[in-house]
Design a binder for this molecule. Structure first.
Ligand code: C5P
Length: 397
């Protein structure tokens, strides 16, 4: 996907935040992928990265001021705003989002954003309170309404010591979002339903049965399908992952909620069921269980709906149904049997005996009617892109 940026000109606006230093890594990756980078550094951005290091990495003059006569002579801000195939704002601070959302033009960066007719991708990074503030959320909605693509920040510990959403997304995710702006859209007009993450089945009001699924693989697949132009509905179990650009997300907790959300999302052309769904729920999860000195409580388990099998045999079955299989033994035989039993076209089989849950890398076998293919060891992101490409080829070979 990253090759989609080859030969493209990216105007990169770097705002003033602690994450600005990561923009240098982005410049390096963009150039490695064959892009031409025009760097614009805001006054506050220059407090975090120097024009010297930015200019050296970009191999271009760094522009900062509206009033630099030399720049005006060489390329005025209006031409500059039209010179790129894509404008990327990284990091997009709360202040830059606010100024862009209200159409201000009081420095070079905001003037370019107001004057441009080029697509804009914003990559926000800020303190969690600033991100969650209703004013920032309003600005976000305004910008998205204006057609700007705004990535969702990552969640985690922040430079300021607080915890929550607001961290700059990782550079590979930013690269994927940039590539998605340029790539072919072979899945345009197709609706894809993707499940991801674990489910939590309550034992009582304070306890649950869960599993170690991180949701990374399913989220990466949702992102890759959206990147190829599909309309994606992502039904996610309880995970802490940002919603990929262009994906509609429905959060659920239990397998039964997930089944209902999938049913409500039909019709779809494509279903990719990646979630690690609990096979059973507890029959009576009413009051909190207490130690009473007697025998430990017995839990009565009831089987959950098999969402993949339900979709695979549905009256409104999507044209292409893909399941995942996590196995610790007889990987290929179990995957082939699962494919037939659940009415899936393809099964992506994972050997989970070596700790795939939560990891960034995996080793999958792709099982179709034609038999198994070993896709080797690779990052989950690469599996997602390969599977999305395969899905696109299935619809337009
Ligand atoms: O039977 P098993 O859990 O190994 O099957 C895995 C596949 O079935 C995955 O694609 C998973 O998302 C799906 N599944 C489901 N609903 C269940 C159990 C599994 O959709 N209740």
């Amino acid at each position: 996907m990253a090759t989609a940026v080859h030969g493209k000109t990216i105007l990169l606006i770097i705002g003033g935040g602690i994450a600005a230093f990561k923009a240098l890594e982005l410049v390096r990756e963009l150039r490695r992928a064959g892009a031409h980078v025009l760097p614009v550094l805001t006054e506050n951005g220059a407090r975090f990265v120097t024009p010297l290091s930015l200019g050296a990495l970009a191999g271009e003059k760094v522009r900062s001021s509206l009033w630099d006569l030399e720049d005006e002579a060489a390329m005025g801000h209006i031409q500059l705003s039209r010179a790129a195939d894509l404008i990327v704002v990284c990091p997009a601070t709360a202040d830059l989002l606010a100024r862009a959302a209200t159409g201000q033009a009081n420095d070079l960066a905001s003037t370019i954003l107001l004057a441009t007719d080029t697509p804009v991708l914003m990559v926000p990074a800020m303190n969690v309170r600033m991100w969650l503030h209703p004013a920032t959320q309003r600005n976000l909605a305004t910008l998205r309404g204006d057609g700007v693509t705004v990535m969702t920040p990552d969640e985690g510990e922040m430079a300021c010591g607080e915890f929550g959403p607001g961290r700059l997304p990782e550079v590979p995710a930013i690269m994927a979002a940039i590539a998605a702006q340029f790539g072919d859209k072979p899945l345009a007009g197709r609706h894809a339903l993707v499940t991801a993450g674990p489910t939590h089945e309550p034992i009582d009001p304070v306890r649950f049965i869960g599993n170690h699924s991180s949701g990374k693989q399913g989220f990466a697949i949702a992102a890759a399908l959206a990147g190829l132009g599909a309309k994606v509905t992502l039904v996610a179990g309880p995970v802490h992952l940002p919603t990929p650009v262009g994906v509609s997300r429905i959060d659920v907790i239990t397998a039964r909620d997930m089944a209902a959300a999938c049913e409500a999302a039909l019709p779809a052309d494509i279903a990719v069921m990646v979630a690690a769904v609990a096979d059973w729920h507890v029959a009576t999860a009413g009051q909190k269980l207490k130690k009473g000195g007697g025998a430990p409580p017995a839990l009565t388990m009831v089987e959950n709906p098999d969402i993949l099998a339900g979709i695979g045999h549905h009256a409104q079955r999507p044209a292409l149904v893909v399941g995942f299989a996590a196995e610790t033994e007889d990987l290929l035989a179990n995957a082939a049997a699962k494919r037939a039993r659940k009415g899936a076209d393809w099964i992506v089989a994972n050997d989970v005996s070596q700790g795939v849950f939560g990891a960034d890398a995996t080793h999958v076998h792709f099982v179709s009617a034609a038999g198994p293919e070993d896709w080797g060891a690779s990052p989950k992101q690469a599996v997602a892109e390969r599977l999305a490409k395969r899905i696109a080829d299935h619809f337009s070979p």
